[in-house]
Structures are given as structure tokens and as C-alpha cells.
Design a protein around this ligand. Structure first.
Ligand code: SAM
Length: 333
């Protein structure tokens, strides 16, 4: 079995299909940096769907069981369902997509028909003013809720709902979000605000610890912990004692899970990253466009994975905050 230096196998591949997004979330793509003049990647530099499929196939040969399409906003990439169909044809895999939901309602059926198995929708608040302040575009919560319903209606269920919690910004709406999805069959996952990249001006004081999130919800809707379903599950799961379903918390700042991290990440321009907080990626595009065989591609992926020893979140300190790091919008969540 292929394992890295810390004995971690490669199980998940996150595929970013674009560095563009139709939102300007303050914690991910702040408008001051990603404004009108920002130079996004030209199309010729993006991997084609055929190139992405090759990398995904090679990774599946090495043990990957789960593919997640992300971005930027993946649904701004035209004909995404064509990529979904190609990835679905690789074999029986967990094939999912993370989206802000803005374009999902109109795409859900085509994505499900192409073979997508599930979807994760980001929604940080049910309050329109807070939601708009966080995503910095004029977009109503109602439309995201409609997209979640549309996805569930075509079988992309249960839907996972990602909520990044930022202290003093949306933490007052945590219980409201939990209550809204309680009993719906969908699972809200509250994510600690992370120091990904540099552009968001992250400070430790902005982080609401997962333990506090669980306590706030438990006071109103009693919870009990659930055993992880598999090694490497990043969300700590809790179920409602009354049978109203589950929530998850992703405590990557206060309770890092590097020891169980089985994720590889492919950026839209074909760089392979072995950590969300990596400084540098390995250029697979040059290899693909240079005529490498499938065997050479597999050998390269194995060689990169074998020497992997990243564990940024466990080493996080005042010194690591200043290190050069890749941006979330480039590498996907
Ligand atoms: N555009 C898509 C979306 O909004 O879901 C996919 C890409 S987005 C980078 C993936 C996930 O990362 C989203 O759920 C987003 O909220 C989360 N995210 C972005 N920046 C983050 C940060 N600094 N800390 C924690 N989560 C973050």
C-alpha cells in the first residue's frame, strides 16, 4: 500500500477546476485583493477535463476512493457535468462537489445524471445581512436554501452544509443554523475559521473553538458524540439525542487532525499539493503536456506521496502564521 512518511495512505483527491468565484467571501477571496484587476488564470493554463481525468485515474490506481470537485467556485466552469461523467466512469467512487450554491439549482439534475453522488453547499448564516456581509455579493440566503432543496430532490442527498464560523461575525447564528437543518436529513458542519493563505488577515481571536460551538448547540438541542465512520474523517460528529439527525464540527485549529489526513489536492493549473497549508505544489501539468505515459504519471504521484510529511496544523504557532502559503481559492477547501 502506498503510504507517506507518517504512514498515511492517499484516500481522497480534491480537484480544483477553477480559481474564479462568483462570491467574494471576506475569509477566502476578499475584494481588496480579488477585485476587478486581479489576474485570474488564463484558460490555457487550466487542466482540461481530459487531463484531470488522467490524474484522477492514476490516483484511483494508488488507492483513492473519494473525489471532490472544488475551486474557486466549480460551477462557474462551463460544462462541469462533462467532467463529472468522466470521473464517474472511473469506477465506483464517492464523487462529490463543494459549491456556494449560487448556480446549483439549475445544474443539480445534470450533475446527478452525470453521476455525482453528493454535494456540499457552503452557507455561513441564515440572516441575509450577515450572509451578504460575509460573501460580499448581493445574493439572498433563500437562493442557497432553494439550491439545497433542488439538490436533495434529484438525489444528491444528504446534503452537507458547510458553515465557517468567524467570531463576532456569524457566531450568533450558530444555533439558528443548527435548528433550521435539525430533522431535515442534511448535515451542517461548522468549520473553525482557518489561517489558509494570507489575504484574509486571519487572527486566532477570530476562531470560535469547536468545543464552544458544540456547547452552544447542545444547550438548546441536546447532542451526543458519534464514533467516526472511518479513519481520516475530518468532521467530529454529534447526533441529536431526540433523533433529529447529526451535525459535524471541523476543529482544524483547536484539534488538528494531520495524523489522519489522507488528502491530496490538485490545483486548477495542475499542481499537486500534499497539504492545505503547503507552500509549493508539484507541477503535473508540465508532465501531462510533456507526453508522460500513465506509468510515469503514477510513478510521479507515488514519489510525491511517499516523501510527504506535512502536518502544518499540528505545528501551527506564531511563527507559522507568517509563512508563505497557498490561497484557499486556488487550492479548494
Ligand atoms: N466556492 C465553493 C464553496 O463556496 O463552497 C468551493 C470552494 S471554497 C474555498 C470551499 C470551502 O472552504 C467553503 O465551504 C468555504 O466556506 C471554506 N473556506 C474558505 N476559506 C476558509 C477559511 N479561511 N477557513 C475555513 N474554511 C474556509
Amino acid at each position: 500500500m502506498l503510504a507517506d512518511r507518517l504512514g498515511r495512505p492517499v484516500r481522497d483527491l480534491r480537484i480544483s477546476v477553477t480559481d474564479r468565484c462568483n462570491f467574494r467571501c471576506v475569509y477566502c477571496m476578499p475584494r481588496e485583493v480579488y477585485g476587478r484587476d486581479y489576474a485570474f488564470l488564463p484558460r490555457s493554463q487550466l487542466l482540461t477535463f481530459e487531463e484531470i481525468e488522467r490524474v484522477a485515474r492514476a490516483f484511483v490506481g494508488l488507492g483513492v476512493e473519494k473525489l471532490r470537485i472544488t475551486g474557486g467556485e466549480p460551477l462557474v466552469r462551463r460544462d462541469l457535468e462533462r467532467l463529472v461523467a468522466k470521473l464517474a466512469a472511473i469506477g465506483s467512487l464517492d464523487l462529490t462537489l463543494t459549491t456556494n450554491g449560487a448556480l446549483l439549482a439549475g445544474k443539480a439534475q445534470a450533475l446527478a445524471d452525470a453521476g455525482l453522488t453528493r454535494v456540499t453547499v457552503s452557507l455561513d448564516s441564515l440572516d441575509d445581512a450577515t450572509f451578504r456581509a460575509m460573501n460580499d455579493v448581493d445574493f439572498p440566503v433563500e437562493q442557497v436554501l432553494g439550491a439545497i432543496d433542488a439538490a436533495a430532490a434529484v438525489g444528491l442527498a444528504p446534503v452537507k452544509v458547510n458553515a465557517v464560523v468567524k467570531r463576532g461575525v456569524n457566531d450568533e447564528g450558530i444555533v439558528e443554523l443548527a435548528r433550521y437543518f435539525h430533522g431535515s436529513g442534511h448535515v451542517v458542519r461548522f468549520i473553525e475559521y482557518m489561517d489558509v493563505g494570507h489575504t484574509n488577515g486571519w487572527r486566532l481571536d477570530d476562531v470560535v473553538p469547536a468545543a464552544e460551538i458544540v456547547r452552544l448547540i447542545d444547550e438548546e438541542l441536546p447532542l451526543e458524540p458519534v464514533e467516526p465512520a472511518y479513519r481520516g474523517e475530518v468532521a467530529r460528529r454529534y447526533r441529536y439525542v431526540d433523533g433529529g439527525g447529526e451535525i459535524g464540527v471541523i476543529a482544524s485549529v483547536t484539534q488538528p487532525f494531520c495524523g489522519d489526513c489522507t488528502r491530496a489536492r490538485l490545483s486548477a493549473d495542475g499542481k499537486l499539493y500534499t497539504c492545505l497549508f503547503a507552500v509549493r505544489g508539484h507541477d503535473l501539468r508540465a508532465l501531462l503536456r510533456g507526453g508522460a505515459s500513465d506509468e510515469q504519471l503514477t510513478d510521479t504521484l507515488s514519489a510525491v506521496w511517499r516523501v510527504r510529511d506535512d502536518r502544518y496544523s499540528e505545528q501551527r504557532s506564531s511563527e507559522t502564521a507568517g509563512l508563505a502559503k497557498v490561497e484557499m481559492s486556488y487550492i479548494g477547501g
